[in-house]
Design a binder for this molecule. Sequence first.
Ligand code: FAD
Length: 539
Amino acid sequence: MGQRFSTDILVIGGGAAGLSAALHLAGHARVTVLCKGDVESASSHWAQGGIAAVTDPEDDFDAHVHDTLNAGAGLCDQEVVAQTVARAPEIIRQLVDWGVEFDRSENEYHLTREGGHSHRRILHVADATGKALTHTLTDKVLDHPNIELFTDRVAIDLINLSKFGRHPNRCAGAYVLNRSTNHVEVFQAHFVILATGGASKVYLYTSNPDSSTGDGIAMAWRAGCRVANMEFNQFHPTCLFHPHAKSFLISEAVRGEGGILCLPSGERFMERFDSRLELAPRDIVARAIDHEMKRLGLDCVYLDISHRPRSFINSHFPTIAKRCADFGIDMANEPIPVVPAAHYTCGGVVIDGTGASDVPGLYAVGEVSCSGLHGANRLASNSLLECLVFGEAAANDIKRRLEEPRWDVNVPQWDESQVVDSDEDVIIAHNWEELRRFMWDYVGIVRTDKRLQRAQRRIDLLKQEVHEYYSNYRVTNDLIELRNLIHVAELIVRSALARKESRGLHYTLDHPETMSRADDTILFPGSMDRLDVLQPVFS
Ligand SMILES: Cc1cc2nc3c(=O)[nH]c(=O)nc-3n(C[C@H](O)[C@H](O)[C@H](O)COP(=O)(O)OP(=O)(O)OC[C@H]3O[C@@H](n4cnc5c(N)ncnc54)[C@H](O)[C@@H]3O)c2cc1C
């Protein structure tokens, strides 16, 4: 039988969002942080480019706001954008205070520029900003006496008090699989923060680590939260193309520093698609590459920065240069083969300005959420910023509520009496592969109604199979993730079918025009019929 744990605040996720929320809370309450694996299981660890913030006197908040709104294609919440941008310099000061050492040149921060930004405003630690950030925050978390960090824990479902007698609708923890013991544990808490990251693993090719299986979005949806804008999946234009280079990203900063996209013939092609060339927003660059690859039947295109001196490349892109060298590619001397890959989930759990979801006691911060910052397309390097701004906002709101009355409920243990060990794990492996492949083929960079409907029919079948499996067999990590991925895939397809236009990251050949009115796609739990209703989320 699994163990029971009790805490004030349960943070599910140990990336930038979860760790920063935990650190802001630890001076006020007991905090428990769960993550699936170690610190490297978070996308945050792999972030290369950096964090967007106005720190240069030549730059200003209006320009950062303008760039964010521009990328978001009419769907950003302007108030959220303005508040996030204005908070960014303070967030940077906080990180420096916690020990993050951003690159400097001559006593100023060294700033890079990425696609969609009108100024150099990305603070970074060489090309491994996420690693520096997560290691620093993890060390602080481990040092703090009020925070307990549990690794190898997979949250399965959220606990709602209303399920146990006459108690209010309130989130009070989670059932969690301990991957070491294979037992399901109960983590009871007065507040829960979901910080589980995105869902890019729903696609065959992704830049994300294995943890990005949309667990938080699926759990919140099952728990009764609205989910919004799931059709907006950002595909990073440039992942390293090599049979053994799983998920390795070639940062946008390479294009920011003069990298040129070209065909195998050496022909530069972005000028045929956008006047901003390689620094056009990611969706435009990804679609251009997709178009050229399909037009010419290519496996990849090339990104060439070999015109810059080797010393510049080695000092600015040491991680990328090393990784390329591991695969026999000398980026200072030859172009890098690249393909687009699923990179960022713009939609997610609907939250307000404090990170609160629709279910009392439950917050969602970071990539798992839909805060209104990104709209229909995320501006590069705004996502770590969002994690840190909303991690802090959720912590502040919870601090204000710590004295509210609490419910003393003995949550029952996970019931394993009716299930047995699976003897057919091949079904899970097969369904994983099938789901991710048809999502790539039918729900990828360019969509049509017919392909989306085809995907939906396959999802219906998988859902039924996995539901039966889930009801009869003991849960495993792969089964939990597959179940979540199927739920997330359905949310993506339903949202994409509901949007009868092309906007931002959602591009469909059947509705190529952009409507004059911009509305969010909100999915209402418990009523699939309402999935096709478009309404402003944040009104
Ligand atoms: C390669 C790469 C490069 C990027 N570069 C940049 C960049 O330069 N700038 C930028 O702003 N953004 C960048 N991004 C995006 C950014 O890194 C992410 O959006 C951000 O880090 C998400 O942080 P998060 O805390 O929300 O989630 P994550 O960092 O993904 O953390 C999620 C955490 O939740 C845990 N978890 C998940 N499910 C469960 C579960 N069921 N139970 C328990 N724990 C669970 C995971 O183990 C992990 O600890 C990049 C992303 C990638 C993949």
